[in-house]
Each structure stands twice: as C-alpha cells, then as structure tokens.
Design a protein around this ligand. Structure first.
Ligand SMILES: Cc1cc2nc3c(=O)[nH]c(=O)nc-3n(C[C@H](O)[C@H](O)[C@H](O)COP(=O)(O)OP(=O)(O)OC[C@H]3O[C@@H](n4cnc5c(N)ncnc54)[C@H](O)[C@@H]3O)c2cc1C
Length: 426
C-alpha cells in the first residue's frame, strides 16, 4: 500500500525539523524521513546554534534543550608557525541575554525533532530516500528502500550533498572552490579544567575562529562544551587539492600548534568526523522549488560562511518552506507558481539578503588566499618585533616594521586589499 501525506520532509536536521514542525503545527500530515539511526547521528558541525532563530520555534529552549554552554566570548586567533595574536570579545551581557549556545548535534537534534513529533509529525529514522517520484514532470513522492511514499509536496532538507535536489534537476555538484571540507575532533576534559583553561564560569563558553593555520583558504575552529572541546579545521577543497596534503595531517599540525596543544593537553579523543560545508554564497544557491518540491538549508546551499552561520539559515528556510506548503495546501495548488512564494520569502529575509549583499566575498577570499597566510604571518612578526625590549630606538623599530610588512605585501597590494575590503563590506 502506498501512503500519502500532505508533505514529506527528507532529512531531520535543523532545516527539515523546522519545516516539519511548522507544517504539523499548521495542521498538515507530515512525514519526516531520516537516514540516520536517530536525528543528529549523521550530523556534524562546529558549533553553535543561535538563540534568536531557535526561539522562533521553541521559546526559552535552553531551559529544556540539551545545550552545552552559552557563549560569552568570541575569539579570533591569527596563527603563525609558533605564535599567535588573539583578538577577543567577552561581554557580561551574553550572560543575561544569551546569543548562542554550543551543542552536540547528536544530543540536540533528537530533542529538536521531538518538537515536531509532539506537534504531530511522524518521524521515521533509518530510512534513506533514494529518489524522487515524478508524474507528468511534477514531484509526487519519494522512493525509499522500504517502499514509495506519496505527498503533495516534498521538502528536500537532506543536507549539503542533497541527492534529492540533484535528482529533481534543481542543482549540480558543487564546484571545488565553493565547498569546504571540515574535520573535527571532540576532545574530553574534566569540566573544571576547561573552565580554568579558558577562564570561564560554570555555564559559560567560548567560540573561536583561527586563521593562519595551513595552506590556502583555511581556518580552524574551537568551541567549549560542558566537558569536551570541539576542535577542527575547514579547508577549501580546491586549496586542499593543490596542497597535496591529507586533511587529517593538516588537522594534526593544527592541534599540535604550540598555542593550541596546551588547551587540549591530556584530553581524551571522543569522536572524529568530517563533513562538507557549502560556502560559495549567493551565486551558488540552488534553484529552490519546482512543481511539488522545495529545497531548504544546506541542500539549497544556504550558508553564510563569512559569519559562520548555517543552522539559523537552515531553520529560517525550513520555517518559510513549511509556511509556503501550508498556503499551497489551502489553495490545493502545488505548482512552482504557488511554491515560488518560498523563494520570495527567502529574498525578503536575512537569509538571501545577507548572502546577496556579500555575494562577492567568498570569491574574493577564495582568489586571495594571502588573507589566510601572509597577513596572519605578518601580524605575528610585527607583534613580536614590537614587544622586543632592547636599545633600538622606537622610530627605527617602526621603520623596520614597515619594511617587514612591505616585504610580505607591497604598498600597492596593501592599498588594493584595503580598497577591496572596503568595497566588499560597505
Ligand atoms: C564543521 C562545521 C562547522 C559548522 N559550524 C556551525 C556553527 O557553529 N553554527 C552554525 O549555525 N552552523 C554551522 N555549520 C553549518 C550547519 O551545520 C549547517 O548549515 C546545518 O546543519 C544545515 O542544516 P540542514 O538541516 O540543512 O542539513 P543537515 O544538518 O546536514 O541535515 C541533513 C539531514 O538529512 C539527512 N539525510 C541526508 N540524505 C538523506 C536521505 N537521502 N534520506 C534521508 N535522510 C537524509 C542527514 O542524515 C541529516 O540528518 C557548520 C558545519 C560544519 C560542517
């Protein structure tokens, strides 16, 4: 027997669950199909979820959700081979007005999925969707190893590799320079030791971005959880190919950096994982609707790489997709014309407005990797030189520092970089 639902959501990540919850609350019959043994089992991220967007679905969620710590400090590290320059912002306001929370997806996603289930959505785990079903060119359901299931609208929220969006002809493979490979370790340490090492209170956490730790467009990340540290690197696939290095060797170099190693010393490796991030920005956002189908979250490549945001774009796109399906159901019209309202919703929200405004930024950094190599090195060299105390006159020191900088990047190059940054961000 082939069952029919108002909507089938493929993938129980932030995008899929936001869509399922929205539609179930709106009275629709919703089926969520997840290939993992439970939501979050296959998911890996840095990382943090954001209060503002998560609260749109679950007010004051931190009181019941399995969160790790709330972030009170944002750190930006500029690494050279054996040193670092650290810029950070800690604010007591983050203790009262929470902004972001570190979480483990394996714990958070099942909790999040339960919201949708409690609202009436049916979640079936361990079920991989193999293909979309089409009738007269319109998507009418999905094919799984357990059989076919029909729906008025399918929402593809199956993440960065979205087979469904490809099968529906809405997107292609992501080009190498628009995708980042991330590898991450979760390292266990006693809770108190994490708090001592990072100077944190019992519930407080840090979120850190680290640049200058490898070849090409390359960045590291570090998040404190309750009794673990999430440590990882992300490297542009094109630069990874060029470097001829293996991602885990790059990760080991990063982890053994003299500024990082003491932070994770004596920690026990709990988990090692790798995942792709679609970081190409606006120009790579897929087509997001066709007759009978919408695409949300990473599947549509909705990631803001500049601000390290993904879950909030996923949740927002899921909500907008869900609202669009509710509207379509009222009209009993599931054509592209009606479903296109979803695209307009995204265009009006921060999701596509931010991506559009800064659409040239990913390409700019991708073709100017010296921002991730030359500048962190130069910054460290300058900081070191400035702090040496000897008989050298300060005016001579500054002259020497200028010469050091211009040796690494010409005056014209510096001016061009400043001009481009100004243009890109204004
Ligand atoms: C290293 C790293 C660090 C990150 N850090 C952050 C951060 O700190 N903050 C932030 O906001 N974002 C971060 N992101 C981005 C964020 O994780 C994603 O943007 C977000 O998870 C996208 O949600 P999604 O629901 O679209 O996809 P996903 O979370 O990838 O969920 C997709 C789901 O679909 C399921 N699925 C896939 N194919 C099928 C199929 N055929 N059938 C059934 N189920 C299927 C998967 O198992 C998965 O559960 C990070 C990403 C990475 C890789």
């Amino acid at each position: 027997m082939t069952e029919k639902f108002d909507s089938i959501v493929v993938g129980a990540g932030p995008a899929g669950i936001a869509a399922a919850y929205t539609m179930a609350k709106g009275g629709l019959d919703v089926l969520v199909l997840e290939k993992g043994e439970k939501p979050g089992a296959k998911n890996m991220f840095g990382g943090v979820i954001f209060r503002h967007h998560t609260e749109k679905l679950a007010p004051e969620f931190w009181k019941t959700a399995p969160i790790e710590r709330h972030v009170v400090e944002y750190q930006y590290w500029f690494l050279s081979k054996d040193s670092h320059v650290l810029v950070s912002h800690r604010n007591q306001k983050f203790n009262g007005q929470y902004n972001a929370f570190t979480v483990h997806r394996a714990k958070f996603d099942p909790w999040f999925a339960k919201l949708a289930e409690d609202a009436g959505a049916v979640l079936i785990n361990r079920t991989t969707v193999d293909d979309v079903l089409k009738e007269d060119g319109r998507i009418v359901g999905v094919e799984t190893e357990r059989g076919n299931v029909m729906a008025d609208v399918v929402i593809a929220a199956d993440g960065v590799n979205s087979m469904l969006a490809k099968q529906a002809g809405l997107r292609q493979e992501i080009p190498e320079d628009a995708v980042v490979l991330a590898v991450k370790e979760v390292i266990a340490l006693p809770k108190q030791r994490i708090e001592e090492r990072f100077n944190l209170g019992p519930e407080e956490g840090i979120a850190a971005l680290l640049v200058g730790c490898g070849p090409g467009m390359h960045a590291g990340f570090m998040y404190t959880n309750r009794d673990t540290i999430s440590l990882g690197i992300g490297i542009n696939m094109r630069d990874l190919d060029k470097s001829k290095q293996r991602p885990n060797d790059l990760f080991e170099q990063f982890k053994n950096h003299p500024s990082i190693a003491p932070l994770v010393k004596d920690g026990e490796l709990k988990e090692y994982s790798a995942h792709l991030i679609p970081e190409g920005g606006y120009d790579y956002v897929s087509k997001i609707c066709t007759d009978g189908m919408l695409v949300a979250g990473d599947a549509a490549m909705l990631v803001n790489a500049i601000n390290w945001e993904g879950t909030n774009l996923a949740m927002t796109s899921g909500i907008l997709a869900g609202q669009t399906v509710i509207e379509a159901k009222k009209r009993n019209d599931f054509s592209t014309k009606t479903l296109f309202k979803y695209r307009r919703g995204l265009e009006d929200s921060f999701v596509l407005r931010d991506l559009k405004k800064y659409r040239d930024v990913p390409k700019f950094f991708s073709s100017n990797p010296h921002f991730f190599t030359t500048y962190p090195e130069a910054l460290n060299e300058l900081a070191y030189t400035w702090h040496i105390v000897d008989d050298e006159l300060k005016a001579d020191r500054i002259k020497r520092m200028k010469a050091m900088l211009f040796k690494r990047r010409s005056k014209l190059g510096l001016l061009q970089d400043a001009y481009h940054l100004w243009r890109l961000f204004s």
